[in-house]
Write a protein that binds this ligand. Structure first.
Ligand SMILES: O=C[C@H](O)COP(=O)(O)O
Length: 232
């Protein structure tokens, strides 16, 4: 059953996403890149707010910013977020650098925190890295887009390639997610690929993805994802 991840930019948007039924509330600052990080002060308020929610609460994730694949610097960025209590941390696989050394440097953090590696469909994603990601103890892998002006996910990768990604990651025991300027019309074809969740930001906002999240847009996406769920 495919879930719904909502990327939120503020504490108020956390509440909007929770009230609208998001399965994962993802702390991300869209004004600072594809995986823009929340500042530390805001993160320190977000984690206790999440804990204060009644069960069943959505899962909470947080991004670390758009970082080059340099093991020491990336480890420091991931630890900065994980140490604030975010139970799931998303980090991007950007071109260049040494991704394998990065995964290995993150192995000890992965023992305590669910790490999610984010491939970018518009930045030559190398899915042959999936076994290294799984071997380092990551919890999941997803595909998103880096340049939000370059079109949505399915403009860069076909459904067959995305389906192959989902199957390959799942076979390695990884949770799988798909995102990248997704719109209502992407929900049916992408849920058919059976990812664990679909991620949204732009489609939840008035205007651009840096705009304000609206309750109506969250409800529209929630109900479209629900509509694709098998009935019991
Ligand atoms: O992780 C999901 C992303 O925040 C998606 O953002 P987007 O829909 O603006 O590309």
């Amino acid at each position: 059953m495919t879930g719904f991840l909502a990327s939120v930019a503020t504490l108020n948007e956390m509440e909007v996403a929770r009230a609208g039924g998001a399965d994962i509330v993802d702390l991300k600052d869209p004004a600072h890149g594809a995986l823009g990080a929340w500042d530390v002060a805001a993160l320190q308020k977000a984690v206790p707010l999440w804990w204060s929610w009644p069960d069943p609460k959505p899962r909470l994730s947080a991004t670390v910013g758009d970082r080059p694949m340099e093991p020491e610097a990336l480890l420091a960025a991931v630890e900065r977020v994980a140490s604030k209590g975010a139970p799931m941390v998303k980090l991007g696989i950007f071109p260049g650098g040494d991704p394998v050394a990065c995964f290995s440097a993150l192995r000890s953090v992965a023992e305590e925190t669910d790490l999610v590696a984010v491939f970018f469909a518009d930045a030559a994603p190398d899915f042959d890295l999936l076994p290294e990601i799984a071997a380092a103890g990551f919890a999941g892998a997803m595909v998103d887009t880096a340049d939000k002006s370059s079109g949505g996910l399915r403009r860069h990768l076909g459904d067959a390639e995305l389906g192959a990604f989902v199957r390959r990651a799942r076979a390695l025991g990884l949770m799988t997610g798909l995102a990248g300027s997704l719109k209502l019309e992407d929900i049916a074809p992408l849920t058919a690929l059976r990812p664990d969740y679909l991620g949204f930001r732009g489609a939840l906002c008035a205007g651009a993805r840096t705009g304000r999240m609206t309750e109506a847009a969250v409800a529209r996406i929630r109900s479209a994802v629900n509509a694709r769920r098998p009935s019991v």
